[in-house]
Design a protein around this ligand. Structure first.
Ligand code: HEM
Length: 422
């Protein structure tokens, strides 16, 4: 399978294109550029971590630093993720047909699983029973569609209004009760009745402890704390749910062409290579935006005017043969990236806004031990599913989404061949 850079909407083609790996990295790292986005996205996220810069950004990041420590990541994996994976797999086992096979659609299955994890990392209570998880997922999906309506194909005017209505419901049904519980806990902490170790390990609790919840003029669902929750929820669901199915199609093709590697699909080390290579080939957004805060001349000599929004074509940069070899647009888990370049290239960004959740997704290399080590969410999920005999359903090929410019699958039927513990 040859991977092509994603198509982009017309308005993107009118912006100055930043295309090379080095130039994109320079812009992402530069203090002369700020986060850029269309008005619709900004309306949901304008004062969140991803839209603030400089010292304010450094300080806000520190609020969350403990959430992504080695210890926290190991705990998320072991105590949050693995039980949800096991529950999903037990259900599949219970649903095996008389032929011993279980069938599922990988896309909604993974979405449900990852929404539960996103809820826990963000600090949203009560996303456990099926109906509640489904309701939560539906609300987050509408908000996700609204915040990325600039990549919708066709008419996107309705999406933003639908997204704000979903946010109102999300606050009333999930976020406000979760905040109330955490504020009561922090009150007890301040009174010396409990310690930090008794608090939940999530972003909303971190905001409560920092005492940074509301801004002047905040009203109802239009409040800083809800916007920050939205950032965490969309950053963690809109990405991993899109990335995982790509790994499955690449692994399927690889083991058909390299049958000697078939047993390795249960090996976390091989899966780690597959995940990184697949992440390089597929990014969640077709393009990223930055705005110059003053007139800038880049090392290449390219000039950008103050206030100008530029489009960073990171997916194409990740396919650069000069960096990743002549077959850069194909999947090879054994590819060795050049010195100083991550195996996933620019997929998690670089510079101050680099993905905060990256270690949670990719794991912490060289430490796959019980105490601190982490395989990463993607490897852990895939390992568990492959150990239950998952493969693509040969009779029902996957289908791509047609409603957005995102590089994503809409459906991916899979078959689980045999029972057995993960
Ligand atoms: C495959 C999964 C993921 C991918 C590909 C991904 C990618 C990215 C990228 C490219 C950025 C930088 C955006 C920019 O520079 O404009 C980013 C930022 C961010 N990501 Fe992720 N992400 C993933 C998963 C997650 C998860 C699981 C979480 C949270 C638990 C998360 C939380 C964040 C946050 C909070 C930011 C904003 C950081 C800042 O502005 O300082 N991401 N992500």
């Amino acid at each position: 399978m040859v991977v092509e850079p994603p198509a982009t909407p017309d308005y993107v083609r009118k912006l100055q294109a930043i295309e090379g790996f080095a130039e994109i990295s320079e812009v992402m790292r530069s203090p002369d550029f700020a986060q850029g986005a269309t008005e619709d996205r900004r309306a949901f996220l304008f004062d969140t971590l991803i839209f603030i810069e400089g010292r304010e950004h450094d300080e806000r990041k520190r609020v969350y630093s403990e959430l992504f420590s080695r210890e926290s990541i190991a705990c998320y994996e072991r105590d949050l993720l693995q039980p949800v994976i096991d529950q999903t797999l037990d259900r599949l086992d219970a649903a095996r047909g008389s032929d011993g096979l279980a069938r599922a659609d990988f896309v909604p299955m993974i979405r449900l699983l990852l929404h539960r994890i996103a809820a826990q990392v963000t600090g949203v209570d009560g996303v456990d029973a099926d109906e509640r998880t489904e309701r939560f997922r539906a609300l987050i999906t509408r908000i996700n569609e609204a915040t990325s309506s600039n990549f919708a194909r066709g008419d996107s005017r309705e999406l933003v209004a639908i997204g704000f209505a979903a946010l109102k419901d999300l606050v009333a049904e999930f976020l406000q009760p979760s905040l109330d519980r955490r504020m009561a806990l922090v009150k007890r902490l301040r009174a010396g009745e409990i310690t930090m170790a008794d608090l939940p390990r999530d972003a909303l609790t971190a905001k409560c402890v920092a005492g940074d919840l509301f801004r002047e003029g905040d009203r109802g669902e239009n409040a800083h704390v809800w916007r920050e929750c939205v950032l965490f929820l969309i950053a963690s669901t809109g990405t991993t749910t899109v990335s995982l199915p790509h790994v499955v199609t690449h692994v399927d093709e690889w083991v058909r062409e390299h049958p000697e590697d078939a047993p390795k699909v249960r090996d976390p080390e091989f899966l780690r290579l597959c995940v990184a290579e697949s992440l390089r080939l597929h990014q969640t957004a077709p393009v990223k935006f930055r705005v110059a805060i003053k007139d800038v001349t880049l090392s290449s000599g390219r000039t950008v005017k103050q206030g100008e929004m530029v489009a960073l074509h990171a997916p194409a940069a990740n396919l650069d043969p000069a960096l990743f070899g002549p077959d850069a647009n194909t999947f090879d888990p054994y590819r060795v990236p050049p010195e100083g370049v991550h195996p996933w290239g620019l997929t998690f960004g670089v510079g101050p806004h680099m993905c905060l959740g990256r270690s949670l997704v990719t794991g912490i290399k060289n430490r796959p031990d019980e105490k601190y080590g982490a395989e990463g969410m993607m490897v852990r999920i895939l390992k568990s599913l492959y150990r239950r005999g998952m493969r693509l359903d040969p009779d029902h090929p996957p289908t791509r989404t047609a409603v957005t410019f995102h590089d994503a699958y809409a459906s991916m039927p899979v078959v689980f061949a045999r029972a057995g513990a993960a």
